[in-house]
Design a protein around this ligand. Structure first.
Ligand SMILES: [Zn+2]
Length: 336
């Protein structure tokens, strides 16, 4: 495979320590862990303090990287329904590696990861589940750019950093994207309704600098403002196949008035799902199998994700109330 082809369809790998607790029944995939037998959402106590590596790569200086990282943090911090903030501490010669107590963002060469643009790793406080450190590397195997409108044949640093910062803040992947299989291997993105979709746009594209409703909802559920909790509601229920619950079904809620599109998954063997942070109103629910990205981008390798069913619309419209849950729905799907 030529380098040119290799560079087009790439997975954004989450980390080795990327924990998605299947017992958590909240929306999307936020990071979770188990503390004393209880599932907790992993999150920071803001502000997050971070360093940027003092190293330039071809096309991007350390100063340019720092400017872009600050802009991307600003993009997430600007979500009005969530409370997050981050502070640049300084440049460092330290590498973005785990367990040194410092949150470091920078370039690193990983020729062995020839489909991975960036990786975020985490360190958790095991007694509280709180995030205490995270590190991001961008793979300098690839060509990068910080040009205002992107640059042909180079990946946009701000787009990829915005995705990785979503992980750093505690978000997992979203399945709100469409892909096609490339004849030469990998997937090509046709469109995304979430920056947290695990596959990047091609080189020269800057669309992932901008958050979608799904990204904003995921962040706001993790770091909610009091108004957000009052002004949004949830939808919940089960996805069943032949009468039994199924794990890993992707549930998409579409607001018929605002066009808001937010996704979640059924996260246990009973097929239970819950999508929080929705603008109250009337929703269409659609369930589909996880077939636009690798299952391993979403769930642990040993998770038994059901893929053998047809994409299905729920037979009724669903009302999301102000605060809390409306009626529980059962969405019945049929075998492919
Ligand atoms: Zn990712």
């Amino acid at each position: 495979m030529s380098a040119g082809e290799r560079r087009r369809a790439l997975a954004l790998l989450a980390a080795a320590v990327f924990i998605v607790a299947p017992a958590v029944t909240s929306a999307y995939l936020t990071l979770g862990t188990t503390v004393n037998g209880r599932s907790v959402t992993t999150r920071w106590t803001p502000p997050i303090k971070y360093f940027v590596t003092n190293r330039s790569v071809d096309g991007v200086t350390a100063n340019q990287l720092q400017t872009v990282v600050a802009q991307s943090f600003g993009t997430w911090a600007a979500v009005p329904t969530a409370n997050t903030s981050a502070t640049f501490t300084g440049f460092t010669n330290a590498e973005p590696v785990r367990d040194d107590g410092a949150t470091v963002i920078g370039f690193q060469a990983h020729p062995e990861l020839d489909r991975t643009l960036g990786v975020t790793t985490f360190t958790l406080d095991r007694t509280t589940g709180a995030l205490v450190e995270a590190d991001i590397f961008l793979n300098s195997l690839f060509d990068w750019s910080t040009a205002a409108n992107g640059e042909t044949n180079r990946f946009d640093v701000q787009s990829i950093v915005t995705h990785e910062l979503g992980h750093l803040l505690g978000l997992g992947h979203s399945l709100l994207g469409e892909t096609e299989i490339r004849p030469t291997g990998g997937r090509r993105v046709l469109g995304k309704s979430s920056v947290m979709f695990p596959i990047a746009y091609a080189v020269g594209t800057t669309q992932d600098r901008f958050l979608h409703d799904d990204d904003k909802a995921a962040l706001s559920v993790t770091y909610p403002t009091p108004q957000f909790l009052q002004n949004t509601g949830s939808v919940s229920g089960r996805v069943t196949l032949d009468g039994a619950g199924i794990f890993g079904a992707h549930v998409v809620a579409f607001n018929t008035k605002t066009q808001e599109l937010v996704g979640g998954f059924s996260l246990n063997a009973n097929g239970e799902f819950a999508i929080d942070g929705l603008t109250p109103g009337i929703y269409v629910l659609r369930v589909e199998p996880l077939d636009d990205a690798d299952v391993s981008s979403f769930f642990d390798g040993d998770a038994r994700v059901e893929l053998g069913f047809k994409a299905t619309f729920h037979s009724k419209l669903v009302t999301v109330p102000y605060g809390g849950f409306g009626e529980s729905v059962e969405i019945k799907v049929t075998r492919k």
